[in-house]
Design a protein around this ligand. Structure first.
Ligand code: ATP
Ligand code: MG
Length: 653
């Protein structure tokens, strides 16, 4: 049953109603976690449609992740507004690029480069720069930063100097030259990169008034969720879409800015009213998501953000609305394997008590942490899914590394200690003893390889005779124990991919200095971004929150850890976690077979149910391009075929 406009408004509180009942005109919602920002804009769109202010296909709702876009489409369908375009900036731009490229540039839009690394390496070689892998990866991240910040090879050096950037310790004028060579090489190869999708689309809109007019004729109103994390090129694209009209509504929470390391900035959110002076601004403070106990913990994190100098506008304390629940707990474990095992057994016990697995999440700082958790959950026979990333053993870098290890295992005379052997082989896959200085995908890849090193060390500790063949067999066994993709399992997610989402039960693992904040976060700004990540993690839980940390962790050798500094203020609020699980060493019980869970096949990026056989085959809907991280030429080609099939529909919406 489609709700009436009045029914839509009745589901909101007075401030949220202010957002929804004014479906036109510039609007800025600046509000804390769990206060119903996403709910308010979803109802605003549904209200605009239900009251006939606009047609569903005239709305472009931009969200931060493909999964959030999928969730928004589902919510809108439920509110009687199917057909609204809810997309990421990237997906929306890619549609337009494919559609307008032939007309404005000619031919078909080129392939997208899955990874910058090889082209950056070639550019460096042309400049006769002798660089190691971590330096090359830092440069790839720097190229990305420059491009999303709308910097060209000409303007880069000045801006980079002003921002105090020192990628790979290389002089910024040299980096500027590298940027130019990188761009030239791409043109030679006839490919574009991930950022080009946004840049070229913006360029087409700016240069071709007819195209801009067509897009503006299609979309009459724009809504942007998680606006605190937009970067310069996304903001430029939005401005071009909106044109000289002002039908744009943005919502965000500066206290949740977690992508500034890649060039995002909350300035666009905080400066919205100077750009659109007539804008209505709304603040929401009632938190509907979490128990008062969890809200109180979130508020201490906000206070700490304030002491560290965050803008007061972003730090309005949250007011809890829900009934009381259990106290959040803090648990200490001897090492990260024990932490994973005990989290898995606590989850198993909860599921046995009737909590649906899909209402439980385990959140962590780096994707590398998921290996231990995946193994522990598989061993405990708990179904799980990995959100926003591939399963550990499906990750490209892990698959490549396993191939290398297997090759070496055949050749090796099985004499050097396993740990050293594994390190030698994995160096060939991009592992280095020191973590890379760069963040983002680069760091995640390193973490994955480091997790393999840890697995090798663990195997060597339990079986001193083990050599590469045993390691390869151990990895194969772990990989085969992984569960088939399902959305009914426990969610494993990095903090970055968890934003905007919520679960009844949240385990936030790895709350130790070195992981959260991560060791590479140097300087007050980087530490504050880590604190905001911690805030995002804490505010995902509806009812139960368990924080945990491990006293030692394998990071290129066993390192001892102390609890995260972010816990300092929280100790008074936190209860001590019950240590339920018996301590059994690895190999003490046989590894259980994975539980089979059947259900609808869903897009592994946005989670919507897949209908066509072609989509099911690639496990992705046609609306979702492969993520930067996991894109390979192969999957890209399959996906492009799907897009091509769909392109016979004569519109880009
Ligand atoms: P985040 O900052 O994490 O993105 P948010 O501000 O977007 O959070 P929502 O996800 O929209 O918050 O809402 C949080 C939860 O509170 C959801 O479960 C939502 O349905 C519920 N909620 C929001 N507003 C209300 C309301 N007025 N009455 C009842 N429940 C509400
Ligand atoms: Mg939200």
């Amino acid at each position: 049953v489609t709700p009436s406009p009045d029914e839509l408004l009745a589901a909101l509180d007075p401030e949220q109603r202010d957002v929804a009942a004014n479906p036109r005109g510039p609007m800025c919602v600046l509000a804390g976690a769990g206060t119903g920002k996403t709910r308010a804009i979803t109802h605003r769109i549904a209200f605009g449609v239900a009251s006939g202010v606009y047609q569903p296909q005239q709305v472009l709702a931009v969200t931060f992740t493909a999964r959030a876009a999928g969730e928004m489409r589902t919510r809108l369908r439920g509110l009687g507004a199917p057909g609204v375009q809810a997309r990421t900036f990237h997906a929306a731009a890619l549609r337009q690029l494919h559609y307008f490229w032939p007309r404005t540039i000619g031919g078909a839009a080129p392939e997208i480069l899955p990874h910058k690394a090889s082209v950056v390496a070639e550019a460096a070689a042309r400049l006769r720069l002798q660089l190691d892998r971590p330096a090359l990866r830092d440069l790839a991240s720097e190229v990305e930063w420059a491009k999303v910040s709308l910097l060209t090879p000409d303007s880069y050096a000045t801006a980079a100097r002003r921002a105090g950037r020192e990628p790979a310790g290389i002089d910024v004028t040299t980096v500027a030259r590298l940027l130019q060579v990188y761009e030239d090489l791409k043109v030679d190869r006839g490919v574009i990169d991930f950022e080009d999708v946004l840049l070229i689309t913006a360029g087409i809109l700016a240069e071709h008034p007819d195209v801009a007019a067509e897009v503006r004729g299609q979309y009459r109103t724009f809504v942007v969720d998680e606006y605190q994390d937009v970067n310069a090129v996304q903001q430029r694209l939005l401005a071009l879409w909106v044109g000289d009209r002002d039908d744009v509504c943005v919502v965000g929470d500066p206290a949740q800015t977690i992508y500034s390391f890649t060039g995002a900035t909350p300035e666009h959110l905080l400066g919205f009213t100077s750009r659109w002076p007539g804008a209505r601004t709304v603040t929401l403070v009632r938190n509907y998501r979490s128990t008062p106990q969890i809200v109180s913990l979130a508020n201490t994190v906000l206070k700490a953000q304030g002491r560290a100098g965050a803008s007061p506008r972003s730090l309005v304390q949250l007011q809890a609305q829900r009934d009381a629940g259990p106290r959040p707990v803090l648990e200490r474990h001897d090492d990260d394997q024990a932490e994973a095992r005990e989290v898995a057994s606590a989850i198993k016990a909860r599921i046995a008590r009737g909590v649906p697995a899909s209402e439980i999440a385990v959140l962590f700082r780096t994707n590398g942490q998921s290996a231990a958790l995946e193994s522990a959950l598989a061993e405990a026979d708990v179904p799980y899914l990995v959100r926003g990333g591939e399963r550990f053993f499906s990750r490209r870098e892990v698959r490549d590394a396993v191939v290398l290890l297997r090759g070496q295992a055949r050749a090796d005379d099985g004499s050097v200690p396993l740990g050293r052997l594994a390190r030698d082989v994995l160096s060939g896959a991009g592992w280095s003893p020191e973590p890379p200085r760069a963040g983002g995908a680069t760091r995640e890849r390193w973490e994955s390889l480091q997790a393999l090193v840890s697995l090798a060390d663990d195997l060597a500790a339990t079986n001193p005779q083990a050599r590469l063949p045993e390691l390869v067999a151990d990895l194969a066994e772990r990989a085969s124990a992984q569960h088939a993709p399902t959305v009914q399992g426990v969610t494993l997610a990095s903090l970055h991919s968890a934003k905007g989402l919520e679960w009844d039960v949240v385990h936030l693992v790895g709350c130790s200095d070195g992981l959260l904040p991560i060791s590479m976060a140097e300087g007050p700004e980087a530490i504050e971004e880590e604190r905001r990540l911690f805030y995002v993690g804490v505010t995902r839980a509806r009812r139960e929150l368990a924080l945990s940390w491990a006293a030692s962790r394998n990071v290129g050798g066993r390192a001892s850890r102390r609890p995260s500094r972010f816990l300092d203020d929280a100790v008074a609020i936190l209860g001590e976690g019950a240590r339920s699980a018996p301590r059994g060493g690895r190999g003490s019980g046989g590894r259980a077979k994975a539980a089979k869970v059947t259900g609808p096949v869903r897009c592994r990026t946005c989670g919507t149910e897949l209908e066509s056989a072609a989509e099911r085959k690639v496990g992705r809907c046609t609306g979702c391009p492969p993520s930067y991280d996991e894109a390979t030429f192969e999957s890209l080609r399959t996906w492009r075929r799907l897009v091509a099939a769909e392109a016979s529909v004569p519109a880009y919406v």
